[in-house]
Design a protein around this ligand. Sequence first.
Ligand code: FAD
Length: 228
Amino acid sequence: MRGTGVTTISRAGEGFEFVCADGTAGSASKILLATGLVDELPELEGIKPLYGVSVHHCLYCDGFEYAGKPLAAYGRGDKGAELAVMMKYWMADVVACSDGTQVSAQAMRKLAEHNIPLRTEPIRHFEGADGELTKIVFEGWPDLPRAGLFFSTGCHQATDLSERLGCKRNAKGGVVIEPDTEESSVSGVYVAGDVSRDVLLVAVAIGEGAQAAVAINKAFLRRDGFYD
Ligand SMILES: Cc1cc2nc3c(=O)[nH]c(=O)nc-3n(C[C@H](O)[C@H](O)[C@H](O)COP(=O)(O)OP(=O)(O)OC[C@H]3O[C@@H](n4cnc5c(N)ncnc54)[C@H](O)[C@@H]3O)c2cc1C
């Protein structure tokens, strides 16, 4: 166990060599990439103290607690509208906010169909106390009192290690797992957790970690003639 970041991994014969941020290096027969993703927080004044308490990115993680409360769905272009429609399935009082960006006619129709109001004005800042959002303040337009906000702004890989190793990625940027070998497209490189950008939940990450560990063990058994 090394409490440092891996900066590079490169192929060395059948295996790999890696270098760490603290200057140490090493070699490995197999690599398990479990480096996760980074959520892109909207660049809005006042958001940081609220993030993780009353401002969230994942409906599946935090949506349940907000049933019956007034909420906002934030996303530029159609993203906020699309999120608002998903939220409306569970929550009665949802307002979509596009922060000064245009929403397509199709997304507007969907909002109207589900009786979801849309605020397109640019957001000036968020107000709240002790992590709890109280209102969204718009540029020159009335404030919107809200108890919570979910946003849809995307996320990216925490490291470019998979990219530099040449692992195939899907349209969302997730590392693709080959169903036959349970490896990435690069032989000897396995992935677990958010790196695959599949379902982004702790339970799934743990499950994928166990699955990858079994696949790695079977690969060693095969290599050493214990398993066909
Ligand atoms: C605010 C928030 C709330 C969430 N709430 C929930 C929830 O309620 N329920 C739920 O199931 N999920 C929730 N999630 C999602 C959940 O946290 C992730 O799905 C899960 O942590 C993914 O696990 P992982 O191991 O793939 O990645 P991570 O947990 O992101 O772990 C990746 C690790 O890799 C390390 N790392 C990155 N780069 C390097 C490097 N170059 N070298 C060495 N180490 C490196 C990082 O430091 C980190 O420790 C939440 C996420 C966030 C951000």
